[in-house]
Design a protein around this ligand. Sequence first.
Ligand SMILES: Nc1ncnc2c1ncn2[C@@H]1O[C@H](COP(=O)(O)OP(=O)(O)OP(=O)(O)O)[C@@H](O)[C@H]1O
Length: 569
Amino acid sequence: QCLLAVLQAVTAPAQTLGVKLLVDGITGDDSSAIGWGTAVIILGFTVMFVGMVISGPIQDTTAERVAGQVYRDLLDVTVSVPSIIHHEHPEVADKLELIREHAWRLGMSFEMLLFIIGTAANTVAVLGLLGSVHPVLLLLPVLGLGRVWSSYLSIRRLQDAFEETAPQGRVIDRLIEISKDARNGLEVRVFGLRSVLVDRLSRLHDELYDVQGTAMRKGALLDGSVRLLFGLVYAAAIVWAIARARAGGISAGDVVLLILVAPQVDQMAGGLAGNVYWLGEVLRSFGRYEWLRTYAEKNSWAQSREPAPTRLSAGIRLENVEFSYPGSERPVLKNVNLTLPAGATVALVGENGAGKTTLVKVLARLYDPSAGTVWIDDTDLRTIDPAAWRKRMSAGFQDFVKFQLTAREVVGIGDTERQDDEQAIQAALVRGDAEAVVARLPKGLDTQLGKKFTGGMELSGGQWQRLALARAFMRERTLLLLLDEPTAALDPEAEHVLFERFAEASRVAARETGGVTILVSHRFSTVRMADLIVVMVDGQVTEVGSHEELLDLDGRYAELFEMQARAYR
Ligand SMILES: Nc1ncnc2c1ncn2[C@@H]1O[C@H](COP(=O)(O)OP(=O)(O)OP(=O)(O)O)[C@@H](O)[C@H]1O
């Protein structure tokens, strides 16, 4: 590849030399010069065509392979971080997005290297040609440096404009995604959002082209002026060369060479500018990539090495737990003190935004508390290996993932170690009350789900949710089962039946492991079944007790319960 790059880069100068030899051969009746000139020209064409055929595909596949590796690494490194805090941090999320967007730049690094080698070879060859006519002509490429400078400035200005308008570009992408996604189709039509979307898109496009267009115009003006100046000086050099040729100082072939080499000097200058700029950009992309690796290493919680317990004897205790999301001063959890006894089924209730999901995430150790401690029996959760802790828990969420896999995989990945265990999958389906969903699928558990695949079967929201619940029930003997409104898509009666069945099963299991089940729900018919009910108001725990105890207390719980009961009467 390197040899080919060098050969391709010197082809044009070599052919120019061939033309010079040919002209000198014809005017001086020198058949050897004519022969050499013709041979060099034909050889040049051969290298050019063979090079085009060979190098294109090799470079493309190399770039694809490097970019593919970058995507793989990006996924691996981001998922390897045990916390999800980097997804919540706008600055970090922006950097991740830039790395993903610029993966192709890293893919191009090999091509860049070849380009640099080619430009270097081309520069040496062009300088050699000019010097061979007259050493004073070497001043021309020095002038060409002005063109390197102007070209560099123009590319940089344009790239700065691209970066400046990146936020608009991202919103445009999202708007297009909204219009493409069938799930949004209904709302877009019902609310008549066509003109809202189109107007927004046009406005963003105008903003984007305003900035980018200005950069392009300014760049073209500067580049054009410097090129014009360079062209005038070059024209003067040609006039000088003609005069010298007429005086017999140089040959006619030298004049032809000087004329033919002009676009190559211009191209060389442009190539150098491009190289300098893109080299900087590739190094910047490598820098970001390196930053991500260091970030992942620093946030790997490598100091948390304690094994996770296999059973709970006392339970889980939150002591003075506080939490604020990154980039926000506002505490979302405030001085939470709470004991979740081993073996208990605990319901978390509270109004929207009270902090229930945040508490669930802290228990899963997706975040560490900003202050305070989560105790697993007598062990600080921060000291337990996060991967080991996750293996001891399971979870079902309201905004579960609709994995576009077969039904068997959608459920089985709830416990990857037993993913192919037919009995385990069947048991999970029973616990999630999802047997009926699978029974209706054309190929049963082997049906491909989701519309992303041709022939994939789309399910209703409730059917997807039952499968997600079955997935949450794949793992047995868990110490913590987190269920954050996992039945929101089911009707209250179905939720009630499911939890009655589930609560009984979990009580039996809890006797063995002391596992705790946490259920977030807004439905009091389900909540009342829990052993312990925790009421949250504005990030604080305000009431804790059984259904009867909290009714006797006649506080917020009693008020909310009464309100819902009245609505159902
Ligand atoms: N990723 C986030 N970044 C910043 N603030 C957040 C984030 N997620 C939630 N919050 C804020 O934290 C508070 C608690 O949110 P949380 O999702 O824990 O409430 P919740 O009780 O589960 O509500 P809901 O019943 O609506 O699900 C809210 O005020 C919300 O604005």
